[in-house]
Design a protein around this ligand. Structure first.
Ligand code: GDP
Ligand code: IMO
Ligand code: MG
Length: 424
């Protein structure tokens, strides 16, 4: 048995939550492996909509377990809010016993959020555009070997360890100016820790190995997208974790030879939220139209997403990095009614024509070279079978498969679970 991985190939928000929910019945375990509550994964079914930040997207499937892996950073306050909201909606995960948490996952402290905000403020115009959830500072403490982990909450000296880290943070914060009062958030943090204590805590590496040994199926759920990867994304305009398949290995404790299918998900166009390069961005009325029709506003922060046409050099790069074996195209319905759609096949860059992501994409703007493609007019939101796919959309899919050399296995034509087609 091997672990399948599902991850985003663009700059996030490709529809990972929706597709993981659709695939969940095929799996015994769904495991988040990196990122934290910077993620917002949206699921819709039976007229209901849920946005998950830390919790894996398999929780609505009766017979599937869920794991928050060691590579994830957890804000107990946000996790408690997520759990409370789910409980109100009739999904009490403590009672259902379908969520486990890795002991080695790191904790986001209230002061990590203050550090994130101060750092962004200091950078001014050049800021990353972070979600302000404290992600960067928490991973800094992890790699700096100062972090607090979920398993630490049971230690008799947890409060002292917490105070020691907060004292360090206060020191740093004082360089940015007066440290704001965070006593309310601190109280909420310790309150939420009590709830965190009630969930089963596991070592994800042993748990996943046990699942595989028993012949059970595991799906690793990515957050963010490949172009936000700390090593290979549009650095420094990235998040602070490895969002790629390699991140699933370190974020759950899986040996690389235990990776099976890698499902890469992309929108039929492209979006990005926050700062940084976006070669195919449309800062015009077409971009506005994509934003309006696609409801392109952040699931976590509500910020308008920047919109543009599909970027094939970036997608090819993402497919290479992740070893993608199957593709999922989402939001095809959003393109209905565009007379022509465009795909960027190459960039003009430094006087050359290239088909790869250049190193200094942040300082020299690559200029897209476009291929014009016929659009389709049909409303796709009601189609359920591959034979209902309009010819021009089928031509777009075939074009992408030829360019990307990976088959499109699923097509999403709306936000609801049922608006998903299995192809081929
Ligand atoms: P994630 O972070 O990758 O899980 O994606 P988000 O949930 O942040 O953003 C995707 C948005 O598109 C959500 O509002 C989804 O409900 C919605 N969505 C997903 N698939 C489709 C689709 O095929 N068509 C349309 N119109 N919306 C979709
Ligand atoms: P999901 O899982 C889209 C972006 C932020 C910012 C950069 C760094 O829903 O696809 P961070 O808070 O991580 O330090 O922010 O990364 N970003 C996302 N963009 N979807 C996400 O998650 C994102 N998580 C972070 O906007 O540009
Ligand atoms: Mg999202």
């Amino acid at each position: 048995m091997a672990v399948d991985v599902l991850l985003g190939l663009q700059w996030g928000d490709e529809g990972k939550g929706k597709i993981v929910d659709v695939l969940a019945p095929k799996y015994d375990l769904i495991a988040r492996f990196q990122g934290g509550p910077n993620a917002g994964h949206t699921l819709e079914f039976d007229g209901k909509k849920f946005v998950l930040n830390t919790i894996p997207s398999g929780i609505f499937e009766e017979n599937t377990m869920n794991l928050i892996g060691n590579g994830v950073v957890i804000d107990p306050i946000i996790l408690k809010k997520e759990l409370d909201k789910l409980k109100e909606a009739g999904h009490d995960l403590l009672a259902k016993k379908n969520l486990m948490i890795a002991r080695k996952a790191h904790l986001i402290l209230p002061t990590h959020q203050l550090l994130d905000a101060s750092s962004e403020k200091k950078m001014g115009e050049g800021k990353i555009g972070s979600t302000l959830k404290g992600i960067g500072p928490t991973y800094m403490d992890k790699t700096g070997r100062n972090g607090l982990r979920v398993g630490d909450i049971f230690l008799p000296d947890f409060k002292e360890r917490y105070n020691k880290l907060v004292a360090k943070h206060r020191d740093i914060l004082s360089h940015y100016g007066e440290v704001e009062d965070f006593s309310d958030r601190e109280a909420a943090f310790f309150d939420a820790i009590e709830l965190l204590k009630q969930f089963p805590h596991v070592d994800s590496e042993h748990l996943v190995a046990k699942y595989l040994k028993e012949g059970k199926k595991v799906l690793a759920e990515g957050a963010q997208g490949t172009m936000l990867d700390i090593d290979f994304g549009s650095y420094p305009f990235v998040t602070s974790s490895n969002t790629t398949t390699a991140g699933a290995c370190t974020g759950l404790g899986i040996a690389p030879n235990k990776i099976g299918e890698v499902v890469g998900i992309f929108k039929a166009y492209c979006t990005r939220v926050g700062g940084g390069p976006f070669p195919t961005e449309l800062e015009n009325e077409v971009g506005e139209e994509l934003r309006k029709v696609g409801h392109e506003f952040g699931a976590t922060t509500g910020r308008p997403r920047r919109c543009g046409w599909i970027d094939l050099p970036a997608l090819k790069y993402a497919i290479m990095l992740n070893g993608v074996t199957q593709l999922v195209m989402t939001k095809a319905d959003v393109l209905s009614g565009f007379e022509k759609i465009y795909a960027c096949t190459h960039y003009k860059y430094n006087g050359e024509v290239i088909d790869y992501m250049p190193y200094d994409i942040c300082s020299i703007k690559p200029e897209p070279i476009w291929e014009e493609i016929d659009g389709w007019n049909e409303d796709l939101t009601g189609i359920r079978q591959p034979n209902e796919i309009p010819a021009k959309l089928q031509a777009y899919i075939t074009y992408l498969e030829n360019q990307l050399e990976v088959p499109v296995k699923y097509l999403s034509v709306g936000p609801d679970r049922v608006q998903t087609l299995t192809l081929g």
